[in-house]
Design a protein around this ligand. Structure first.
Ligand SMILES: [Cu+2]
Length: 486
């Protein structure tokens, strides 16, 4: 059988990236990077305990057991993925800008790695920040086929403790059964509180959808999860992280959930948001920050000078359910934090997004090409689409051309929020509901019901690229499209 590695290297041999990797010098190791062995990432099965019950999930780990990768900007991303599970898989490097054949989307960038096979990756890292990796194959992401991908750069200070917090939603119900249930019922059975709060949405959200802005009560959380995890654990047995009193901490919060958005709650600590999706923003100080599916927040804080325990929580939007980790300074004793917050967290809004300003915005430029993408769907049938087309491989890619400034106008005509992700390019949020502003540079933006968000990017990485909703079951149901240019 032709190995996936052969296929990728064959594709690479025709691209510029092979030349660039051969020429790259490793600034830390001193020698030519071409001689450095790749980092091995194994796709594995593993067992974790959730709510007292052992359960089998996936992992992306180095042979020594490290989840994901921490590396440095300027070094090549040289990785070999070995598929040690009994089904095909392919890993997407979320937020990075590889040559398109190495982007890890089955059926778009290449084919999945068969069981026992491997694939090689090698491309330059243009920028640092907090990124992540996850399977783009089927519904594997729901079973935690995800890991951190941290690229250190000059923003990282030696005098700070870095803490990575991966958020995830978990169900004992197999993902294909969750999906079948959604298709059958339009959504999982809503709670009584949700029915009271969202009568329109509970009856098939499309009725309220025709008037943009009319869906004041969005339809949230259509999958009912059994647990919410922070670094694989619930608040019944959270990860406890030692910090020094008065220490500077960098929280790298990654929302690897399949379907769930949160408000990060720092309790009595002030946090300084310094980057979103890895890209620096003018710092914003607060104690609560929204995080949609697939987004990341880099938050700097200083622990108090006295001993104590300081929870870093994430409260599910629209609900009281929460998860998190405990920072313990000095001799602080850990107290149990309830798995229900005192009050329900509101739905995510664009309030913070509209205030964010990129530290390094795109150059000011008029768009050469604009595509309007209506986010559409049929809640009752659980069909999700873009411009009323549920994606199939036959759907033609959106045309753009190399060198263009492209703007995508995203108009959410449904009753659910959609976190929209562009592959292979960072973009800038440049407009919300008609108001232009130089917003954050990022790779995933939330478009709440009835809202219009415009993003801009430079077509500087030719290939075939995915653009989709990052809610796993929306993506699988068809809220997905591609862009292509050479
Ligand atoms: Cu969606």
């Amino acid at each position: 059988m032709l190995s996936r590695r052969t296929a990728i290297m064959g594709a690479l041999a025709t691209s510029a990236s092979l030349r660039s990797f051969a020429q790259t010098q490793n600034p830390l190791g001193g020698g030519p990077s071409g001689n450095a062995p790749p980092t091995i990432l194994q796709l594995q099965r593993r067992s974790i305990v959730v709510n007292g019950k052992p359960t089998s999930v996936f992992a992306i780990r180095q042979p020594e057991g490290i989840s994901g990768i921490t590396t440095d900007v300027g070094t090549p991303f040289r990785v070999r993925v070995e598929n040690k599970i009994d089904e095909p898989s392919l890993i997407h490097w979320h937020g990075l800008t590889p040559p398109w054949q190495q982007d890890g989307v089955p059926g778009v960038s290449g084919s999945a790695i068969p069981p026992g096979g491997s694939a090689d990756y090698d491309f330059p890292l243009r920028f640092g920040g907090t990124f992540w990796m996850h399977s783009h194959q089927g519904l594997q992401e729901q079973l935690l086929m995800a890991a951190p991908l941290i690229i250190r750069d000059q923003r990282d200070r030696p005098d700070q403790q870095e803490i990575v917090v991966m958020l995830a939603d978990f169900s004992f119900t197999p993902p294909d059964q969750i999906f079948a249930g959604l298709k059958r019922s339009g959504s999982a059975a809503p709670t009584a509180a949700q029915i009271a709060a969202t009568p329109v949405a509970a009856n098939g959200a499309m009725a309220g959808m025709s008037k943009p802005g009319a869906a004041a009560k969005p339809d949230l959380n259509d999958v009912k999860y059994d647990a919410f995890l922070a670094n694989d654990r619930t608040l019944a047995d959270p990860e406890v992280i030692k910090v020094a009193p008065g220490e500077r901490v960098l929280l790298r919060i990654i929302n690897s959930s399949s379907m769930s958005a949160y408000h990060v709650d720092l309790g009595q600590l002030d946090g300084e948001l310094i980057a979103v999706d890895g890209f620096p923003v003018t710092p914003v100080t607060a104690r609560r920050f929204p995080i949609a599916v697939a987004q990341r927040l880099d938050i700097r804080l200083a622990t108090p000078r006295r001993s104590g325990a300081y929870p870093v929580l994430a409260v599910l939007e629209g609900e009281r359910k929460q998860t998190g980790v405990m920072l313990v300074a000095g001799n602080g004793s850990v107290t149990r934090i309830a798995e229900l917050a005192k009050a329900a967290s509101p739905a995510l809004t664009l309030d913070l997004e509209s205030r964010l300003r990129a530290s390094q915005p795109l150059t000011a430029r008029k768009a050469d090409r604009v595509h309007t993408l209506n986010l559409t769907g049929d809640m009752a049938k659980y069909i999700w689409s873009i411009n009323n087309v549920a994606w199939t491989p036959e759907v033609p890619p959106l045309p753009i051309a190399k060198g263009e400034r492209v703007e995508l106008v995203l108009v959410n005509q449904t009753g659910m929020p959609h976190p929209m992700h562009l592959h292979g390019h960072e973009f800038q949020v440049v407009e919300i509901d008609g108001k232009r502003f130089p917003g954050a540079v990022r790779d995933t933006v939330l478009v709440p019901p009835g809202r219009r968000v415009v993003i801009a990017f430079d077509a500087n990485n030719p290939g075939l690229w995915a653009f989709h909703c990052h809610l796993l079951y929306h993506l699988d149901a068809g809220m997905f499209t591609t862009l292509r240019y050479v």
